[in-house]
Design a protein. Structure first.
Length: 182
């Protein structure tokens, strides 16, 4: 198994440290303000940013994004685990208001099954894994074809290598024309 990237490590390191703040979001906050409030106050987001600054001197936009995504994951999971009324928007807590406003923002139906969204995300991750596997298989096939073609005419080897290294439609069109018209 591959080691997690720095971004994944940062994302996974975000934790909910003050769950009591989830119920103390000011009523006047909109969705974005609520998320920012919870990200900064209810999770260890700020501590992680400061630790990263002290360790590496600065924080790149990609690292901030990873921490923000981690905070979003933590906050969403906290909402998911509260109770069915909260998730379905039947409660009148700040969470419920936030959930309803996020659902409206995303254009989701009120009774939408959040588990279905979670399952769809899993499917997407599986397809990303399949794509990586296909990419590795293609790379190995290309290397083997080039190795086999080495024994052939040097001109054929050069042409096949050019085809594999072409990275634009124009280059492929030119190679196709040269190969079949020439």
């Amino acid at each position: 198994m591959n080691e997690p990237t720095l971004a994944q490590q940062l994302r996974d390191s975000v934790k909910l440290v003050k769950p009591e703040l989830l119920a103390e979001v000011p009523d006047s906050y909109n969705s974005r303000q609520t998320f920012n409030y919870l990200r900064h106050k209810a999770t260890n987001y700020e501590e992680l940013l400061e630790q990263h600054r002290q360790r590496y001197g600065n924080v790149t936009p990609a690292e901030v994004k990873a921490l923000t995504q981690g905070a979003a994951d933590v906050i969403i999971n906290a909402f998911r685990s509260e109770n069915a009324d909260l998730l379905l928007g039947r409660a009148s807590t700040p969470f419920a208001k936030f959930t309803r406003s996020v659902a409206r923002l995303l254009g989701l139906e009120a009774g939408l099954d959040l588990q279905a969204i979670h399952d769809a995300t899993k499917t997407l991750k599986q397809s990303q894994t399949m794509y990586k596997s296909w990419n590795e298989r293609y790379r190995r096939q290309r290397e083997m074809v080039l190795e086999v073609v080495k024994a052939a005419d040097p001109r054929v080897h050069k042409t096949v290598k050019a085809i594999y290294s072409a990275n634009s439609k124009a280059k492929l069109d030119a190679l196709q024309k040269e190969l079949f018209d020439g």
